[in-house]
Design a protein around this ligand. Sequence first.
Ligand code: ADP
Length: 540
Amino acid sequence: MIEDPLSLFQASLEGNDSGTAILVINCIEKTYEILLKNSIFRKLETEFDLPCFLKNKIKQNDFTTEIIYKIDGKILETSFGNFEFNDGSENKQYSKFFIRDITIKQKQEEEIAWRLRFELGVASSIQILIQKSSIRESLPQALYQLLYFTEMDSLFFLKNISTDESQKFEIWVNERKSTEYPLLPEKFKSLDWKEVGLNRWIHKLKKGKIIYLKKDNALTKEKWYFDESKAETILLIPVKFEKQFLGIMGFQKYKPNFVIHHENLLIYQTVSRWLGLFVQRDLDLTELNRYKSTLESLILERTLALSRTKEELERAYKAKTDFLTHVSHELRTPLNSIIGFSKLIQLPEDDLTGKEYLHYIYSGGTRLLKMINEILNLMKIESGQLKLQISEFKPEEIAKQSLELIQPQARAKGMEIRFFPPIQSENIRSDSGKIQQILLNLLSNAIKYGDHSYVEFHCEWSESDVHYTVRDFGPGISEEDQSRIFHSFTRLNEDGKIEGTGLGLSISQGLAEKLGGNIELSSHLGEGSTFTLKIPKNIK
Ligand code: ADP
């Protein structure tokens, strides 16, 4: 049986985890009275001047929640819960007042917020590293970003440039949160860490361990570092990639008695791992570029050597061509005399042997002259000395002239040449002499190698080209031989029965190309051959 409701109410207040009191507030006088309070309230009353706090609040009629930061670091949260209670008096206001220690909760929240901030810094600095291609450019910016979000005051990245003899580092990054903090002194640039008593650090760092050291805990021989850098606490983390020690990421704090939490150390280490990856990537790229430029200069060297060789070859080739042209010319002059005089010699009618010899001299001489002329021609084409004589003419006229000139050869073999002129008659601009030379060669070959009673000779237009086609019904040329016969001195079935030098087609093809055209061949063994000379209407 419950007899005392007040004690029951008091007991219910004790069940609360915060300091609780029931207040009666005089709304006119702005005073208050505590009706009931629990033990937590009583305890907090001793730590904090609650009467003064409540007095002020009530005076200002301020019943909002308030957080109090005490000098000793404690954080208290206060709140009011006014309620209606009719005791007949108009000027009274009843209120439930709560006060609780939220120091731990607040610290935790702050800690979480801080860690989030730190992680944000890590993410944004990594993002900077990813976006930029050169680490030397992006690293200071990325690490400054990181520093800004950390608890440390300054930061540096030292790139390992050690050799077997010395332990040296290059300062790649040297940043601080504010100018009130000192930067790493310049002398660090040329320090050999082994020589200046920091061997223990290097040894540890190379093994992948971190150095987290306060000035007071440093060895005597290490103390100078703290004096020089003015740091109170240092955190050095190795930057490695696989087994390679690439450098040191260092953080410094200038405030004494500073503690880095274990979780934060892990984050710093994560950053150093990322950094290792980026530094290595940069080193690889630099190496690659070095290879590339070596390769480029090698190629350039080779190209120069090749072009020198090419020039030498061209010079040698020109010398050979000049020599041949000269020799051919020197041969031609006496030969002309031999041929000419052999024609003039009058032998007695009955000197048949003499006449036979004279005939040999004459025909041998003409053959030789033809050959020399052809060689001369070929040399001119190959050495680029061939001069064109451009004029305007009708293509069928040249065809007709060639026809007339070849007629004796055809007649001698009892062959007919059937000519098909073009439907339209139009002028072309080209070298008529060279075209005639080609046509005579093609017609002569058709007669020489053809064994049918006639040869076909077409002259026709195809868009802006003129096509001269010589078709014979001779033995034909196998596919394999078709490209060969355009090479100089190539003759098929060289049994001596048909005279020739093997130069005609290569000269003709060279001339045709000089005129901006070409000669095409279509042939099947046993079905004859068709040679088509294609010449553009206007030579360029
Ligand atoms: P040549 O007739 O003086 O030997 P060409 O360069 O004119 O030299 O011809 C090269 C070779 O191509 C000839 O020796 C011959 O074997 C072959 N040839 C050329 N024209 C024909 C043709 N119309 N039919 C068959 N073979 C041919």
